[in-house]
Design a binder for this molecule. Sequence first.
Ligand SMILES: [Zn+2]
Length: 194
Amino acid sequence: MESENYVEHFRQSRENILNRLVDAIHKLEEVPAFHASVAYDIRLIASLFKLNVQGNGRRAAQREGSDVPSCFQRRCNLITSALLEQAALLEPRACLVDQCCQALYYIRLQVGRLTVEGHSNVDSYVELMESMVDSRISEIQTRRCLADEDSEALLGRIEMSFRMMNREQPGCSCNQCRKRRVAAAPEESILVCP
Ligand SMILES: [Zn+2]
């Protein structure tokens, strides 16, 4: 890895994962019967994510003057767990395909807002993903409950996982964590279904 290109290497590895996630979502939407094959793809994506995106971030953090946020590794671990959970649900089709696509879409946004430049606003793609995450969070807080109880429970779980991945990490001073700390209300509103 060219030392001066580490930010570019990181961005390329992130883009590769984003593209693979889009492919997995499309494959599942087009042919739901391919669920086991998509579960395999998701496990591969989780491995590549860990090796390349998380690995590039770890190497960048070891550099002098690194701007990799201290929340980076924790956020990567949450994303990997969320991917593996979806693969486990999808393989025997223990979840609905629509909901798995929703979960993958949320994970994609979380991968998109990962950055090795925690205190600058130079990555316009990260800024775009940040604003999309904010819109999804407000949609989650104001959506109507689903009529079917089981579907509501599954969707609620996916949304909770998305909110967990979105939270600020204690002690991290990066722009994203700082913004969330300022915005956090004393009692965070949670959708409660009757
Ligand atoms: Zn942070």
